[in-house]
Design a protein around this ligand. Structure first.
Ligand SMILES: Cc1ncc(COP(=O)(O)O)c(C=O)c1O
Length: 315
C-alpha cells in the first residue's frame, strides 16, 4: 500500500456500532463495566488510560510511520518528556546542538531529577558523535531537518552507531513528517512528532506522538509515564490530528513545491546572505536529504544581510 493510501485509510475503519464511515469522536471519560466480574465490557475503563478516539489515532500514527506501535500525547513536548522519563535512570543521552530549543531546556532543567545526563553534539559529525558516546549512553536523539538551522543528519548511519553501542536512536521527524521521511524504515527505534505541525495541519490543534519500531519495554514505560503523569491528548485533539493525517500527503506535496520556489527566489536575492533549505544543492546536507527524504519539505530559515532591524523589516 502506498503512503497516500495508508494515510487516508489508517484508523478509519467504519464505526461498528453505527456504520459511520467517518471516525466518531468519543468524549466519554468513563466506560461501562459488565455486571458479572466488573471488568470493562469494551476494553476501555477511563479516558486517561485509553480511549477509543485515541486508539484510532494511534493505529494511524503507527501505520504512517511504518511502526508496530504508537502513542499519542497532548503535545510534542509531552511526548518527548514521557520518552525521556521512560529511559533507565543513569542513562546518558546525546542531543543535537541544533534542534528544537525546548528539548534542550528539558535536558538542562529536568534531566538531573530524572537521573539522566546529556551532551549536546553536532549530529552531522560522525567522529564527534562516536567520541561523545559513553558506556552509559542509552540514546541518541536526532532531528532532521533541524529547527531552526535545517541541518540534516544521516539517520541510517546514526542508527548503526547507536546500535553498535547498545543504545537506541530517537528521531524528531516533525519538520519532514512521515509523508517525506520515515526514520524507522532507516533504522531508528522511535520517531517523535509534534503533531501540532504538519500532521494536524491546520494550526488548530496541539499534539505529539511517539512511534516505536516495536512495542517493547520502552514503549510500555512511555505509555505508563503518559497514563500516570497525564500528558494525554484529549479525544477532540486526537480526532483533529486523525483528520489532518488524511490530507497529509497532498498538503506536503504543495508545501514542498512552495518552499522550493521561495528558496530558489531567496537564494538568488542580493539582500539575502544565506538560505537554509535542504532542497538547494548548495546545502551541506543536500545529498543525505535526497537519499533519506522523498522531498525536501516546507520549512526553511534565512539569514538577511544586515542585522536584526533588516530581518524584522523582511518579516
Ligand atoms: C522540531 C520540533 N520538535 C518538537 C516541538 C515541540 O512540539 P509541541 O510544540 O507540540 O510541544 C516543536 C515545536 O515547535 C518542533 O518544531
Amino acid at each position: 500500500m502506498r503512503f497516500e493510501t495508508k494515510a487516508v485509510h489508517a484508523g478509519g475503519k467504519p464505526d461498528e456500532a453505527t456504520g459511520a464511515v467517518s471516525p466518531p469522536l468519543h468524549l466519554s471519560t468513563t466506560f461501562e463495566r459488565n455486571a458479572t466480574d466488573g471488568q470493562p465490557s469494551h476494553g476501555y475503563s477511563y479516558i486517561r488510560d485509553h480511549n477509543p478516539t485515541q486508539t484510532r489515532l494511534e493505529s494511524a500514527l503507527a501505520a504512517i510511520d511504518s511502526a508496530e506501535g504508537a502513542l499519542a500525547f497532548a503535545s510534542g513536548m509531552a511526548a518527548a518528556s514521557a520518552l525521556f522519563q521512560a529511559l533507565p535512570s543513569g542513562s546518558h543521552v546525546l542531543l543535537p546542538d541544533d534542534g528544537y530549543y525546548a528539548v534542550r531546556i528539558l535536558a538542562t532543567d529536568f534531566f538531573r531529577r530524572w537521573g539522566l545526563t546529556h551532551d549536546l553534539i553536532s549530529m552531522d559529525d560522525p567522529d564527534r558523535i562516536r567520541k561523545a558516546m559513553r558506556p552509559n549512553t542509552r540514546a541518541i536523539w536526532c532531528e532532521s531537518p533541524s529547527n531552526p538551522l535545517m541541518r540534516i543528519c544521516d539517520i541510517a548511519a546514526l542508527a548503526s552507531m547507536a546500535h553498535e553501542a547498545n543504545a537506541i536512536l530517537i528521531a524528531d521527524g516533525t519538520f519532514a513528517s512521515p509523508a517525506l521521511q520515515r526514520p524507522i524504515e532507516l533504522g531508528a527505534d522511535v520517531v517523535m512528532h509534534s503533531t501540532t505541525k504538519y500532521l494536524g495541519g491546520h494550526s488548530d490543534v496541539q499534539g505529539g506522538s511517539l512511534a516505536f519500531r516495536r512495542p517493547d519495554e520502552l514503549f510500555e514505560k512511555a505509555e505508563h509515564a503518559r497514563t500516570i503523569i497525564g500528558g494525554v491528548a484529549s479525544p477532540f485533539n486526537s480526532w483533529l490530528v486523525l483528520r489532518g493525517i488524511r490530507t497529509l500527503a497532498p498538503r506536503m506535496r504543495l508545501h514542498c513545491e512552495n518552499a522550493r520556489a521561495i528558496a530558489d527566489f531567496l537564494a538568488k536575492h542580493p539582500r539575502i546572505e544565506a538560505v537554509h533549505y535542504p532542497g538547494l544543492t548548495s546545502h551541506p546536507g543536500h545529498q543525505i536529504a535526497a537519499r533519506q527524504m522523498s522531498d525536501f519539505g516546507g520549512m526553511m530559515s534565512i539569514r538577511v544581510k544586515g542585522g536584526a532591524a533588516e530581518a524584522l523589516a523582511v518579516l
